[in-house]
Design a binder for this molecule. Structure first.
Ligand SMILES: [Zn+2]
Length: 178
C-alpha cells in the first residue's frame, strides 16, 4: 500500500499502483519488503508504528543517505544477501523508486515501461560464468558472480568508438561480446 494511502491522504489510483509495482519487484528480487528494516521490528509493531513505517515516515532499507532503517543481519537475510548481486542500474532504480522524494511525490513514481526497459536489458545480459553459475552480468559497472565472487570485465563497443581493435564494424552499436 502506498504511503499516501496508509497516511489516509489519497485513494488507490495509477500512481499508488506504481508504488505497489515497485514493492512487488523489490520483493521478487530480494525477498524483503523495501520499507521493513530495523525500524520494522514485528514484535513491537502496533498501528501507530505501522503508520509511521509505511505511511508518514517511510525509509527505504537501502537509502544511501539515511541508515535509520537499514536491514539487520540475521533477520533481513534476503535483502542483505541478494542486494549486492543486483546490477548497479537496477539497484539505482530501486533507490530512486523508494527515495524520500519519490515516496512523498506520487507524480514521480517509476512507470511500467521504465521497469520493462530495465528487465529487457537484464535479459540481454544473462551470462554463464566459467564456474557454471548463470547470473546477470553488468558490463557497464561490472558486478561479482554470486558464487565465485569474481568480476568479469567485458569489452564494450560504443557507436563509432571502438574500444578493442579486433571487433565488429565500428559503426554498429554492440553493447556486449559474450
Ligand atoms: Zn563464477
Amino acid at each position: 500500500m502506498a504511503p499516501e494511502i496508509v497516511a489516509k491522504h489519497a485513494n488507490p489510483d495509477i500512481k499508488t499502483d506504481r508504488f505497489s509495482l515497485a514493492v512487488v519487484l523489490f520483493l521478487l528480487w530480494t525477498n524483503n519488503h523495501p520499507l521493513e528494516g530495523k525500524k520494522g521490528c514485528p514484535v513491537c509493531m502496533d498501528a501507530e508504528h505501522e503508520r509511521r513505517i509505511y505511511g508518514t515516515n517511510p525509509v527505504f532499507i537501502f537509502d544511501p543517505d539515511d541508515s535509520s532503517n537499514h536491514p539487520v543481519q540475521g533477520i533481513h537475510k534476503g535483502a542483505i544477501t541478494r542486494w549486492p548481486f543486483l546490477p548497479e542500474y537496477l539497484r539505482q532504480e530501486f533507490i530512486r523508486a523508494f527515495s524520500k522524494e519519490v515516496l512523498s511525490d506520487p507524480s514521480k513514481r517509476i512507470i511500467e515501461q521504465e521497469w520493462l526497459r530495465l528487465f529487457i536489458r537484464m535479459k540481454g545480459e544473462i551470462y554463464k560464468c566459467p564456474c557454471g553459475e548463470v547470473y546477470f552480468a553488468d558490463p557497464v559497472v561490472p558486478n561479482q558472480y554470486p558464487a565465485c565472487r569474481k568480476t568479469q570485465f567485458f569489452p564494450v563497443l560504443y557507436k563509432n568508438i571502438p574500444l578493442q581493435p579486433a571487433g565488429p564494424p565500428a559503426d554498429e552499436t554492440l553493447p556486449l561480446s559474450y
